[in-house]
Design a protein around this ligand. Structure first.
Ligand code: SF4
Ligand code: SF4
Ligand code: SF4
Length: 288
């Protein structure tokens, strides 16, 4: 008499970070690493699980995660328990708020204007894993270089700083105009003249001025919404400037609320924004 094969709830497995491979005897275990960061102490634990239950391979995902492939169905629970004992959680997959990504930010990157890692962690702790109509990605970059690609996510944050000139402190050396990559500064009558329409708020002028004549007038995150990569790519629209973390959290909360209430079946956020219109979307999610 043959033992009946247990029926496998693949959707439930996927929601818990277990992804069926092409050969359906094998699964990949996806780890949850907000900001793509992990203590070096944990790497041998992951390697141990990969060697014991997989084929000794790990894979880095496009979303800054780690996956352990080649785990047999019958060994998933044991592998998951070992990872859990090490303090490693599974990454949400499927129609959920995905693990939040981030660039290194402060205090690592020389260009950074914000602690993108800690903001990403806060977002992940609050919203990570929420069940939604479709996948939902969020990311935080700590300067306009946008290394974690905020324009490609459902919600993206990008730290910025607006410069203001203290003309009395300026000695007219011209260094800031030379340094500005956006050609937003030109020397006029011995002082730099700022064309705000070209400025990306990168703060290079502020950092480079030898007399501190450039001050930080305003700081905060530019917020992008409705990005998507893949089969039908969409670049996110910038919906706000100089947003602080608390406002950023409120924007995400309202955005998810709107998405849950008004999305059609399996609709991505960008399609909802196109359907309701960007102005209505902004009115619904931003502080008034
Ligand atoms: S986005 Fe800016 S702060 Fe973040 S890693 Fe890239 S250059 Fe550095
Ligand atoms: S770098 Fe500073 S001192 Fe030199 S022109 Fe610019 S604002 Fe003036
Ligand atoms: S903030 Fe950046 S883009 Fe704007 S004027 Fe300064 S250097 Fe140029």
């Amino acid at each position: 008499m043959t033992t009946p094969t247990p029926s496998i709830d693949y959707a439930a497995l996927k929601s818990g970070g277990i992804i069926m491979q092409k050969d359906d005897d094998f699964f990949a275990i996806r780890l949850r690493l907000p900001g793509g960061s992990i203590s070096a102490d944990l790497l041998p634990r992951i390697a141990g699980v990969a060697q014991k239950y997989g084929r000794g391979e790990v894979r880095l995902t496009a979303q800054q995660g780690i996956e352990i492939p080649w785990v047999r169905f019958g060994e998933i629970e044991a592998a998951r328990k070992e990872l859990d004992d090490a303090g490693l959680a599974m990454g949400p997959c499927g129609p959920r708020f995905r693990t939040v990504t981030a660039c290194p930010g402060l205090p690592v990157c020389r260009r950074a204007l914000a602690d993108s890692q800690s903001f990403a962690l806060k977002i992940d702790q609050r919203f990570g894993g929420l069940l939604l109509p479709h996948k939902f990605k969020a990311t935080v970059s700590a300067c306009p270089n946008a290394c974690s690609r905020p324009q490609e996510s459902e919600i993206g944050f990008c730290a910025t700083a607006r410069p203001r000139l203290d003309a009395d402190a300026c000695i007219g050396c011209g260094l800031c105009a030379d340094i500005c990559k956006e050609k937003a500064l030109a020397q006029k009558d011995g002082k730099p003249l700022l064309d705000m329409s070209r400025c990306l708020f990168c703060a290079d002028c502020i950092k480079s001025c030898p007399t501190d004549a450039w001050k930080t007038d305003r700081m905060g995150y530019a917020v992008y919404a409705g990005g998507r990569m893949g089969r039908h790519a969409e670049i996110a629209a910038k919906i706000a400037d100089f947003v602080d973390e608390e406002h950023g959290m409120r924007i995400i909360e309202r955005c998810l609320d709107l998405y849950l209430k008004h999305s059609e079946k399996r609709e991505r956020l960008c399609d909802l924004i196109i359907r309701v219109g960007i102005d209505e979307f902004k009115a619904a999610v931003l502080d008034q």
